[in-house]
Write a protein that binds this ligand. Structure first.
Ligand code: G3P
Length: 222
């Protein structure tokens, strides 16, 4: 049994780019190393290279486009994200939704560039559909709970269990993350008891006065 993973999505908060991204990454690196729990950070594109250069944490992008190298002005190329030091990417986050065809193309682009894939979903049916693309992870996040401070693990435990079942019935090798309103070690513990392989969270850490305090609590019951 692998230990659960904690992924921190920096989003585009004022607290999470530039020098403030360093404060969060610094705290995450300290807590990852003292706990032995894997903490993945997902900073904005401009911060991928500084983060991968300065910290020993896995860095994932928040999005990539399903394009190949060539003439695609303004798009995000998987190979360029990999070259900047990312080793994975979120795809289809609720705040960066794609069509099914675009999700499939983005997963293919990521695999081609040797990036791990986390396909985000909003309900059980889309979790099952995402699993058919064989990403490394499906991350179930009920949109109404994102950024609410109300934990999916207590407010909607069935969506985690049902998504785990939907994903595993399509492809048992795909891991499942749960997200939305996760902010404590109890949420993480509950999410894992419900069958998930870890959590994806943002505001609980990014907007915390002291991210290290929250991160220590997050890993405390694993
Ligand atoms: O990707 C994580 C996210 O959408 C959940 O956000 O702020 O509820 O942890 P938050």
């Amino acid at each position: 049994e692998e230990k659960p993973v904690i992924m921190i999505n920096f989003k585009t908060y004022n607290e999470s780019y530039g020098f403030r991204a360093h404060d969060i990454a610094e705290a995450a690196e300290t807590v990852a190393e003292e706990s032995g729990i894997e903490i993945v950070i997902c900073p904005g594109f401009m911060d991928i290279h500084p983060m991968s250069n300065h910290y020993r944490l896995p860095v994932f992008a928040q999005h990539i486009d399903g394009i190949s190298p060539g003439a695609h002005t303004g798009h995000i190329l998987a190979e360029a994200v990999r070259a900047a030091g990312a080793t994975g990417t979120l795809i289809n986050h609720s705040e960066r939704r794609l069509t099914l065809a675009d999700i499939s193309a983005a997963v293919d682009a990521a695999k081609r560039a040797n990036l791990k894939t986390v396909v985000c979903t909003n309900n059980t049916a889309t979790s099952g559909a995402a699993a058919a693309l064989s990403p490394d992870y499906v991350a179930i996040e009920p949109p109404e709970l994102i950024g609410s401070g109300i934990s999916v693990a207590t407010a909607d435990p069935e969506i985690i269990e049902n998504s785990v079942n939907a994903v595993k019935s399509v492809n048992k090798d795909v891991k499942v993350l749960a997200g939305a309103g996760i902010s404590s070690g109890s949420c993480v513990k509950r999410a894992v008891e419900l069958g998930s392989d870890g959590v994806l969270l943002a505001s609980g850490v990014v907007k915390a006065e002291d991210p290290a305090v929250v991160l220590r609590d997050l890993v405390s019951k694993i």
